[in-house]
Write a protein that binds this ligand. Structure first.
Ligand code: SF4
Ligand code: SF4
Ligand code: FES
Length: 319
């Protein structure tokens, strides 16, 4: 990676104001190998254009306020070195836009009210027992539990994962990745006393994630919200399904497991039938018949799977 001292780059910023609407504006900025994108924006605002609006505070990936899109990807500006972007893309121009999925208030500043509402829906704090509150009992976490929960407690509420999440945009009942990471952190804390209430809020929503892993890709704290969602789904066994999505999800998981135990393969037709029921399966079959895909599905021959007995033994041991 070549990083020159004092190189001039161009920064193209997507501006917005209620009065003028949206437009792109370009600024030349001199940077060195240490210049963060927050510093770039600060220099533009102080030296060239005081009307530019953006958020940043700590400049060290702690406060979570500088989320934006840099060269098309959701990132923390303070964690992004300008010349690294130039080397990565091979272009001397860096494009900066507000995060997707939020209403833009001005330039790079977005409205995070909806994000905070989602976070508060999962009660993002521990509810200890009365004895602990009165100082009559200890409030200790084992080192094992501490290391298991540590990752999910590192969220800085930056909103990047929600900005990248396709499920949030299409499903109003999905809480989103950050709220799930936070919710799981307390749902699985043995010291917490409101697991039932948490389960009611979290379980059905967890089955609405599409497992696209975008939240995993963009999180600057390596929290892996999708992992929290997978783990929350496992609580369905304990608390039961709490809505339509979790009922469907539970049926689907069981159908997949039964199919593999029976044949060593995923038998698409059978799994679909067990998941969605006869009526819905017939409707879908008629849709498939219209474009000729049904015949292919019906004619598909099941191949014999080698080592099926061994697989059945393994599945039996797991249960
Ligand atoms: S894995 Fe789930 S939570 Fe994460 S971005 Fe995709 S749909 Fe959203
Ligand atoms: S989970 Fe990661 S990306 Fe999402 S809000 Fe928290 S720190 Fe930001
Ligand atoms: S300025 Fe605080 S996280 Fe970037």
């Amino acid at each position: 990676m070549s990083q020159e001292i004092g190189r001039e780059i161009k920064v193209r910023i997507k501006r917005f104001s209620r009065e003028k609407g949206s437009w792109w504006q370009e600024y030349p900025v001199k940077v060195d190998k240490y210049t963060q994108m927050t510093e770039v924006l600060k220099r533009i605002k102080e030296e060239q254009d005081p009307t530019l609006a953006y958020r940043a505070s700590c400049h060290m990936s702690v406060c979570g306020s500088c989320g934006m899109k840099i060269n098309g990807a959701p990132k923390l500006a303070c964690r992004t070195i300008a010349l690294d972007e130039v080397s990565r893309t091979g272009s001397n121009t860096i494009e900066v836009e507000p995060m997707d999925g939020y209403e833009v208030l001005k330039d790079l500043v977005v409205d995070l009210d909806d994000f905070y509402e989602r976070m508060y829906k999962v009660t993002p704090r521990l509810k200890p027992s009365q004895e602990v509150l009165e100082g009559k009992a200890q409030h200790r976490l084992t080192p094992e539990d501490q290391s298991r929960l540590w990752k999910f407690a590192q969220c800085i509420w930056c909103g990047l994962c929600v900005s990248a999440c396709p499920a949030v945009k299409t499903d109003e009942q999905f809480l989103g990745p950050a709220a799930h990471a936070k919710g799981y952190r307390f749902l699985s804390d043995p010291r917490d006393t409101i697991s039932n209430e948490r389960a009611k809020v979290l379980i059905d929503s967890a089955w609405r994630c599409t497992y696209c892993y975008m939240c995993y890709e963009v999180c600057p704290r390596d929290i892996e919200p999708v992992e929290a969602i997978k783990l929350t789904r496992t609580f369905t066994d304990k608390f039961g399904p709490t809505g339509e999505a979790s009922k469907l999800g539970e049926r689907h998981s069981k159908a997949v497991e039964e199919s593999i135990a029976e044949s060593g393969m995923l038998q698409g037709g059978k799994v679909y039938l067990k998941t969605y029921g006869l009526v819905n399966s017939l409707i879908s079959m008629m849709e498939l018949m219209k474009d000729g895909k049904a015949t292919k599905l019906i004619m598909e021959k099941q191949k014999k799977v080698k080592g099926l007995d061994e697989l059945k033994k393994l599945l039996g041991e797991r249960q």
